[in-house]
Write a protein that binds this ligand. Structure first.
Ligand code: ATP
Ligand code: MG
Length: 382
């Protein structure tokens, strides 16, 4: 496969100026010294993206994802290393990047499309299409400084996809905006994929990465800690989210391979009742005996984490071979709704993921009563 983006040993260091030179004398005596500290945000990052691939970039807040994408888009210069991009590239970077606040939506469409290499005539011919996609017909002559963040993203996305670049770089922005518009963007991204174009996508949403990306890289404190299949990379990302220590991801720390096979509700279904006990079974296979701990997560329909259990409170001993674990949620404190469930087996200290299954089941919670919201609060009023 020919590579379209090559990132080789990239380093990015920002200079942080804490205080100014006190005096001219100070400045003359210590030119460029003394008042700047350096912050290395990317260190020795290398990976390449093949033509037609969709690569996810995962990492917790501040791990360097946006900085990496800005370097790839040429907005920032790496301090060391090299980035090669073959073909034309459109970047949807952090909010606000790329638009001139004082100009109208219309002028910004022309400006940013021309920066993406579209001629004025070409923009004339696709202008209505761009505006229709963004659904901003009424606001297109308003200066974009009055736009909401959602409107910014809609217009930016519409321009980028209409320009049909060889490489599309998207930084998280798809998390902004309502669900319907997000779905529309996802459709467009899938169309992009089937056209054989290349996509680099930052996302905090592991499920989105799994469903859209063939591969993903994980950044932790500016270093690449994984470059693997989407599923494998999500596992490493989880490990870093759960773990507090550094450099855990590179070693599994255990000699046993653990696989979670399936789950099944004890009653046959995955329907639970508010304030009642919900019990399910899960089949786990281990290649050797291992001490571990069980962790469960629930996400609501909007993708928000509703609960992650404390693994250190649920230790388990696995023996070699297949075994069935019985898991019970006591007095489920949730009102009605459908919750995506992820489960994992981690090391007893909770820091290393041994096995992980995203969206292994949807837990339907049935509630009869007049309470509202997401959490079932039980009051005691005297
Ligand atoms: N222009 C800059 N000057 C100084 N430090 C910067 C600059 N831009 C980013 N940083 C720092 O670099 C680090 C990485 O930032 P970056 O925005 O790349 O992280 P991120 O992974 O995109 O985070 P998030 O998930 O919150 O978007 C942070 O510590 C940030 O404060
Ligand atoms: Mg960012």
């Amino acid at each position: 496969m020919t590579s379209v983006v090559d990132v080789a040993n990239v380093e990015k260091t920002f200079k942080l100026y804490k205080q100014r030179h006190k005096s001219l004398k100070d400045r003359v005596l210590h030119p460029g010294k003394g008042n700047a500290t350096e912050l290395t945000v990317l260190q020795d990052v290398s990976f390449s993206v093949g033509e037609g691939e969709t690569i996810g970039v995962l990492g917790r807040n501040g791990s360097g994802k946006s900085t990496l994408l800005k370097c790839i888009c040429g907005v920032l210069q790496p301090t060391a290393g090299q980035i090669t991009v073959r073909g034309d590239l459109a970047g949807l970077l952090e909010l606000g990047a790329g638009f001139q606040p004082e100009l109208s939506g219309r002028d910004n469409v022309y400006l940013s499309a021309s920066m993406l290499g579209l001629s004025r005539r070409k923009v004339d011919s696709v202008f209505d299409e761009i505006v229709a996609f963004s659904e901003l017909e009424k606001f297109i002559d308003t200066p974009v400084k009055f736009f909401s963040s959602g409107m910014y993203v809609r217009l930016g996305f519409a321009v980028a996809v209409t320009a049909a670049p060889d490489v599309l770089v998207v930084d998280e922005v798809l998390a902004v905006g309502d669900e319907r518009f997000q779905a529309k963007c996802m459709d467009r991204i899938r169309q992009f994929q089937s056209d054989g174009r290349t996509i680099l996508l930052v996302s905090h949403n592991a499920d989105q990465v799994r469903s859209l990306c063939s591969r993903a890289v994980v950044l932790e404190k500016g270093r690449l800690v994984a470059d693997a299949s989407a599923g494998e990379a999500v596992k490493v990302f989880r490990e870093h989210l759960l773990g507090t220590q550094e450099s855990k991801a590179t070693s599994t720390g255990e000699d046993s391979d653990v696989v979670i096979e399936w789950v099944r509700g004890v009653s046959g279904s995955f329907t639970a009742r508010t304030n009642e006990r919900f019990e399910f079974l899960t089949n786990v296979r281990a290649s050797a005996p291992v001490e571990g701990a069980f962790v469960l997560e629930l996400y609501d329909q909007a993708g928000r984490l509703v609960a992650r259990t404390d693994a250190t409170k649920s230790p388990i001993s696995l023996s070699a071979g297949m075994q069935e674990l019985n898991v019970a949620i006591e007095e489920l404190p949730l009102l009605d709704g459908a919750y995506q469930m992820n489960i994992g087996i981690v090391s007893p200290d909770g820091d290393t993921v041994l096995a992980w299954r995203e969206q292994i089941a949807v837990l339907e919670v049935a509630y009869v009563g007049r309470g509202a919201g997401q959490v079932a609060l039980r009051l005691n009023v005297h």
